[in-house]
Design a protein around this ligand. Structure first.
Ligand SMILES: *[C@@H]1O[C@H](CO)[C@@H](O)[C@H](O)[C@H]1NC(C)=O
Ligand SMILES: *[C@@H]1O[C@H](CO)[C@@H](O)[C@H](O)[C@H]1NC(C)=O
Ligand SMILES: *[C@@H]1O[C@H](CO)[C@@H](O)[C@H](O)[C@H]1NC(C)=O
Ligand SMILES: CC(=O)N[C@H]1CO[C@H](CO)[C@@H](O)[C@@H]1O
Ligand SMILES: CC(=O)N[C@H]1CO[C@H](CO)[C@@H](O)[C@@H]1O
Length: 802
């Protein structure tokens, strides 16, 4: 307040002290609340009742703690008087004098608009408008009193306000304190902004608003945010940090202002909404100033772009404003983002799929949309592994990502169909989807439209007959499937290359299905007490089948069944016969039972081709005459391209390194220049810190520098190097190494030593065996036996030190 001086009290006091303030609130046509300027916190405030006048009082709610109290309505002309003052004064600077203070501490005074008492006298204006009547003053013979009497007489004769004809009942509001059906009320407005006056600010983000023109008095919570509040404890209210500041922030901008409100949703009797004011939007402002945080459950209904709210919150967090003063940004644990993957399925247990409500629908939605499709994956966060608790099983580490296809966020699509719900996080937990708010909005829509999980209809039930492993049932079912010819199926699980679990949607049953006509390598078995290794290529076969059919829609022809109740037959996917395909890939052999089948010819043809290629299961196949292979090799030898080379190094395992004679001159030139340069600028000892893979120069026993590459650095400091132009290796102290001048880098001239190994021979593993073993596996360029003599003097090849 402008002055702490005690205002005059009654009697013959000297001219009263003029004080100043800003009108915070108009209580009625004859009382206002004035506040000072804020200094590091909400300012002090004072209620002033206007001297010498009386205006109609406003409606009051019954006091719930007084059993016989009732709602009292407005007095006629009370509300117009309040509105007159509100429009004139709210947020404005006024000056006032306090003329009298009651024993209870209520102050009566004169209020003038502006900085001094020359401004508009508010009491006089009210009386002149017929919105207040004069009342016998505390002080008699006051010039002010006579002035008011004069104004009242004028208003009365002009029939203004309360002096007009009639009872003034039309100025009494039909106030509604409760909504019969808040949800219906909100929906009926279709998000159209409603005119309103903010009547009370409970905390920064909760207000009471008078909706116009129908006078509904409602509590509005700002959608998407929450400010610190005043917690009720015993009979006092304890403010959370910054609660008072946040409240003042909203109050000073919105209290008793004309606004528009978009009513977005409701929560019990409370309405969620967004307040529109020409000076800006309080929701965003509160966030940006660090007076509020985003709230997941209500941000979904914010119609004006949740991303703006998140951005505003981020702004405050980054600057550690107010409620974020101790905020520490979470450290990112992601080094790879935004990669493209091909969607693959995850094997799931079967029963929950059909038993958990909507799980099957959700899976089918994902399967149909995604399987085999290219998607965009953007990693949002990595959820660390957690150990099991009483209620939650242990989870391994999970990478959580947003998956989109053709611009559609799959999670959002699922949520909007009511096939998934959105996870709720602790407020300070930022490990969430980058599109979290869109997910929340999608969920709000799904709830509103009663989709999927949110529908009032009965949960769809999938009564699935699980015939797998049930011989009795399978027997009953077999004739039915045989007659059906081709049945549609979804591959639910792949046990091995030829053993699958299928869901038949028409028959709503689950069966185990074995591919007919083939013998697929048996997989490893891991039954307790019996560990049996898999046959070669069993895993490849399983992978092949998975890639091709898992979670795809296929057609099956059931021919028969085995003793264990597994059905045997043919499986087709997009014109491919899986049995034939496995044989074609050399991942299965034809079983003799295929002879009788319509696919026998195709199977045998595929098998013959695979045998010829000696692939996979046929890699040790011997029947083919040896001459054929030799012929192939000879052909290759005839096209071999002989080149003159120098052999510079032969290793213990009979590999050898050669230099190309053609580029020999270039290498000599390079070495000459390099040594000249190093001679002119001798390297400082210790200037080179060797790291594995680095190129460098190394001083050989002959005292000359050669190009080399670091292969290993021992903890003791010894460095293993490889002479890149000669092929030999050495272990040296770092003092014998120096940086490779860039002018001589491998980019200028590639390493000249090329490693070769002899075709068709293999050094015996065990030295005592002696001799050479034939091996068809090694095949490398060979060195011709009878070359022209080398056209130049061989370079001095450094030899390894002993
Ligand atoms: C002062 O004004 C308030 C608000 O109109 C009213 O409730 C109260 O009775 C007035 N005080 C006195 C002492 O007249
Ligand atoms: C309601 O009545 C109680 C007890 O009579 C009183 O303490 C309280 O201040 C009243 N509340 C209001 C809002 O007038
Ligand atoms: C992945 O994202 C890129 C770039 O936004 C887009 O061009 C492409 O179509 C997306 N691919 C899919 C499968 O959605
Ligand atoms: C919902 C709404 O009206 N948003 C507005 C909030 O205020 C900022 C500026 O203050 C506007 O840019 C937004 O459009
Ligand atoms: C490899 C392959 O798919 N072979 C045959 C499988 O069976 C169908 C008939 O359904 C033939 O058209 C395919 O050629």
């Amino acid at each position: 307040m402008a002055s702490a001086a005690n205002p005059g009290q009654g009697g013959s006091a000297p001219p009263p002290v003029v004080q100043r303030g800003i009108v915070k609130m108009v209580l009625s046509g004859c009382a206002i609340i004035v506040r000072g300027q804020p200094r590091g916190g909400p300012p002090p405030e004072r209620q002033i009742n206007l001297s010498n006048i009386r205006a109609g009082s406003l409606a009051r709610r019954a006091n719930a703690s007084q059993p016989d109290s009732r709602d009292t309505p407005d007095e006629p002309w009370g509300f117009p008087a309040r509105e007159f003052l509100r429009k004139k004064l709210i947020g404005k600077e006024v000056c006032f004098t306090v003329e009298y203070k009651t024993p209870q501490g209520r102050e009566y005074g004169m209020v003038y608009l502006g900085k001094d008492t020359n401004g508009e006298n508010i009491a006089e204006s009210l009386v002149a408008e017929g919105l207040a009547s004069r009342r016998e003053g505390i002080r008699a013979n006051n010039p002010e009193q006579s002035r008011l009497a004069e104004l009242e007489e004028q208003a009365r004769s002009a029939k203004k306000g309360m002096w007009s004809e009639g009872t003034g009942s039309h100025t009494v509001r039909d106030l509604k304190y409760t909504l019969e059906n808040p949800r219906h009320f909100v929906d009926s407005l279709h998000q159209k902004p409603v005119n309103a006056i903010i009547e009370h600010v409970r905390d920064g983000s909760v207000v009471r608003a008078l909706l116009l023109p129908d006078f509904y008095l409602v509590t509005v919570m700002l959608s998407g945010i929450k400010c610190p509040t005043f917690k009720r404890e015993a009979d006092s209210e304890v403010p959370e940090p910054f609660a008072a500041e946040a409240k003042f922030f909203t109050e000073s901008r919105l209290l008793q202002r004309d606004v528009q409100i978009v009513l977005e949703s409701c929560h019990n009797q409370n309405i969620l909404g967004t307040i529109l004011h020409p000076n800006g939007n309080i929701t965003e402002l509160l966030l940006k100033e660090g007076f509020a945080r985003c709230v997941d459950w209500s941000i979904a209904v914010y119609t004006r772009g949740a991303d703006k709210l998140r951005a505003a919150e981020r702004f405050a967090k980054e600057r550690k404003l107010r409620i974020w003063r101790d905020y520490v940004a979470p450290t990112a644990n992601l080094d790879q983002k935004d990669k493209q993957f091909v969607a693959k399925d995850k094997n799931r247990k079967l029963r929950p799929l059909y038993d958990i409500p909507y799980m099957f629908e959700a899976r089918e939605f994902l399967r149909k949309k995604l399987i085999g499709k290219k998607v965009n994956v953007s990693v949002d966060y990595i959820r660390p592994a957690s150990s099991a608790t009483d209620t939650v099983p242990a989870f391994s580490e999970r990478t959580c990502a947003t998956v989109s296809i053709g611009g559609i966020n799959i999670a959002e699509a699922l949520v909007s169909k009511g096939l998934a719900t959105v996870l709720r996080y602790r407020q300070d937990d930022d490990q969430r989807s980058a599109h979290y708010d869109e997910l929340l909005a999608a969920e709000a829509r799904a709830i509103k439209n009663g989709k999927g999980l949110h529908s009032k209809k009965e949960v769809p039930i999938h009564r699935v007959a699980d015939i797998s492993g049930d011989t009795q049932k399978a027997k009953q079912f077999l004739p039915f499937l045989q007659r059906a010819g081709r049945s549609e199926a979804v591959v639910e699980y792949v046990f091995s290359g030829s053993r699958l679990k299928l869901f038949l949607p028409k028959e709503t049953c689950l069966i185990t299905f074995l591919l007919a006509g083939i013998e697929c390598p048996r997989g490893a078995r891991n039954v307790p007490g019996l560990t049996q290794e898999g046959e070669p290529f069993s895993e490849e076969a399983t992978l092949f089948t998975k890639e091709l059919v898992l979670q795809r829609e296929v057609e099956v022809e059931v021919e028969s069944m085995d003793k264990a109740g597994n059905f045997i037959g043919w499986l087709h996917i997009e014109g491919v016969n899986l049995s034939v395909a496995l044989v074609e890939q050399a991942l299965s052999r034809v079983h003799f039972t295929a002879e009788r089948s319509p696919y026998c010819k195709a199977l045998l043809a595929a098998q013959d081709a695979a045998k010829q290629r000696k692939e996979k299961v046929w890699s040790h196949y011997e029947e083919t005459p040896v001459e054929e292979v030799v012929q192939v090799l000879e052909e290759k030898e005839r096209t071999a391209n002989y080149k003159p080379v120098f052999v510079t190094e032969i290793t213990d395992d009979l590999h050898f390194y050669v230099q190309d004679v053609e580029t020999g001159a270039q290498l000599e030139k390079l070495m000459e220049n390099m040594r000249a340069e190093v001679g002119a600028h001798p390297p400082v000892e210790g200037s080179f810190v060797p790291r594995r893979g680095d190129f460098c120069i190394a001083k050989f026993v002959d005292g000359e520098w050669y190009r080399a590459r670091v292969e290993k650095v021992e903890s003791g400091g010894k460095v293993h190097i490889f002479y890149i132009d000669y092929g030999n290796k050495e272990t040296l102290p770092p003092s014998r190494l120096a940086p490779l001048p860039p002018a001589f880098s491998p980019r200028v001239l590639p390493p000249q030593a090329t490693e070769y190994t002899f075709a068709f021979i293999q050094v015996p593993q065990d030295v005592s065996m002696g001799g050479l073993l034939l091996s068809p596996h090694t095949w490398a360029p060979t060195v011709g036996p009878d070359l022209e003599p080398p056209p130049r003097v061989p370079p001095v090849a450094p030899r390894p030190t002993p």
